[in-house]
Every structure is written in structure tokens, then in C-alpha cells.
Design a protein around this ligand. Sequence first.
Ligand SMILES: *[C@@H]1O[C@H](CO)[C@@H](O)[C@H](O)[C@H]1NC(C)=O
Ligand SMILES: *[C@@H]1O[C@H](CO)[C@@H](O)[C@H](O)[C@H]1NC(C)=O
Length: 345
Amino acid sequence: MARGGAPPASPPPPLPPSGPEPLPRRALRKLLLVLGSLLMSLYASYCLAGAAHVLTREPAPIPVAPGEEAAPGTPRNPFWPPQPGGEGDKRLPQAVIIGVKKGGTRALLEFLRVHPDVRAAGAEPHFFDRNYERGLTWYRELMPRTLDGQITMEKTPSYFVTKEAPARISAMSKDTKLIVVVRDPVTRAISDYTQTLSKKPDIPTFESLTFKNRTTGLIDTSWSAIQIGIYAKHLENWLLYFPIGQILFVSGERLISDPAGELGRVQDFLGLKRIITDKHFYFNKTKGFPCLKKAEGSSKPHCLGKTKGRTHPSIDQKVVQRLREFYRPFNMKFYQMTGHDFGWD
Ligand SMILES: *[C@@H]1O[C@H](CO)[C@@H](O)[C@H](O)[C@H]1NC(C)=O
Ligand SMILES: *[C@@H]1O[C@H](CO)[C@@H](O)[C@H](O)[C@H]1NC(C)=O
């Protein structure tokens, strides 16, 4: 209703029931129609936005072995792991596990969650590669609530090979601590291929994808399974924005053979008390993988076992040998840059 000035409209004079609709009532009906459709479209776009949100956010994968991912068809539980509710504030991460794919990043994060001062996002946010235009507010919303003194973390293994990621993370905070889980690039490539093969059984053989020309032995470095393992090259991009001391390199191999030892280094790097120790792990000899005695948020033991039924294709040993030769100089460079011999040769 108009306020001030204009006098209120006088009620319409009564009209014979058969006559044309009075103008104000027609206008009112039109207005209601417009309002109705507006509400409908608002609701529709709300639903679509929700769907898009679900589509762009990967569901939290069920944790499995270091260097392994859930077998296809494994149910994914979006409510796992349980997030603390209500307390504290959402903060941007102070530490990010930036790589590498099939290196054991999921295992590391599951082990770290045991620490009471670590809180981690449940799913991979893919913010600094795929979702950057959504902005830091969107990113922060994905984080769990933390209390003072707790560290917020996330892991997205593709950051390590994303050209733009170092500048973007540095723009968020140049003090961000970075963790990279690395693993022998040859076994990493095979594991990467095996995962793809389990989703798309029709892809060419590992051998044929490895070479540009098998006769000459020319390796196809544009194939992502090969490219990701050239760690020295990717690391160069990060060193343009971060000092080497701000990046911790975790051995994917040692994460399996000595999880407590490797977790000791990680806790020191993050400035955390050494709470995660041998006592938290036991080794399942059948599986060949370490298990947590008690997983975070559960009372049951939690094993990071090899995905059942995932058969690794047998790769021609000549091809494996050629790949070892290919990676050797890059590995040497990587050892030099990090000051750490990972013993892959
Ligand atoms: C591979 O290299 C050999 C030897 O140089 C050459 O004869 C052949 O044509 C090449 N094959 C392809 C597919 O490029
Ligand atoms: C060890 O792994 C085997 C094979 O996956 C499994 O059957 C067994 O229950 C595990 N044992 C323990 C103590 O975790």
C-alpha cells in the first residue's frame, strides 16, 4: 500500500457477476501469477545450484590403501568421516597436502586425523585447480570448524601438477605449509594406469600409452600417468613461490613400512605434539598394510588395505626398465632439490 501522499484507492464499485473483471482484481491476479512463477524459478535455481554443488564436489572417498583408491562400485559415504558440529569457526587451511595422485595422500590424512589438533575437510575441495573462481569464502565453507590451536587441513593431490596452484595458494597465505607424498614414479604410473583401467577397461595397454614410438623408445611425457612422476619439474614451479623449508616431502613407501616414523616427521613439521606413535598402528601381514588401532570418530580398528580384487596388469619388464632409465635423472634432481634420497633406483 502506498504510504504518504497518495490517498488509499477507494474500493471498486460492485459489478454485476456477469460483467468483465474489475481492473484492480485483474491486476492482483496477474501479480499473484508473476509472484508464483518467480518463486517457482527461484526454487528451481536453488535446486539446480544444489545439484551443481553436489556434482562439483567429490564425495568423500572411503579410505583405502596408500596409493590405492576404492574399487569401482564401492559405496561412497558422503557423511564419512564425521565432522565435529557446532564448535569453533571455519578457517582457511594452514596446511595443505598438495600431492601426489596415488602417492598415499588419503592414508596420510587418515593417519593425521588421529591427532586431536588436526581437523581436515572430508572431501577433496579441488579449489586451487577446478574451483578457484568460486572464491575463498566458498573454500572456507568446506572446512570443518576448529578451536584455537587446531590446524585446518585439506588434501587435493592434483594441486602438485597444477601450474596456477603455487601462486594461488601463496595469494591465500604465503605461510601455508605444504605436504607432498611422493612414491617411486614407476610404481606410481602403473598404479595410476591400473586405477584408470578399472574404470575404463577399453583403454590401450600401459606399454602402448607409455611410448610415442616403441621402436625408438621415445616416452610420451604428455601422458599424465608419466607426467605426474616428473617431480623435479613440478617442484620447480612451487619453488618460485615457496621456500623449500615450507614443503615437507613424505615418502609413500615409508608411510607403509614405518607409518609412525613418517608421522613423527609430519607432526614436527606442523608444529604439533608427537601424539601419533607406534601405539596407534599395527601391521596386517596378510594385507601388507598398516592399520590404525582406532580410527578417528570410530571405536573399530581401521585398515588401509589393498583394494580387494584389483589385479595389477603385468607390465613388460623391458618397459619398466626403460621407464626407470627415463625417470632416473629427474629423480636425482629431485633428491638434490629436496636433500632427501627416496631410494627409488
Ligand atoms: C618409429 O621410429 C622408427 C625408427 O625411427 C620409424 O621407422 C617409424 O616410422 C616410427 N613410427 C612411428 C609410428 O612414428
Ligand atoms: C588382516 O587382513 C586380512 C585380509 O584382508 C583380513 O581378513 C583380516 O581380518 C585382517 N586382520 C586384522 C587383525 O586386521
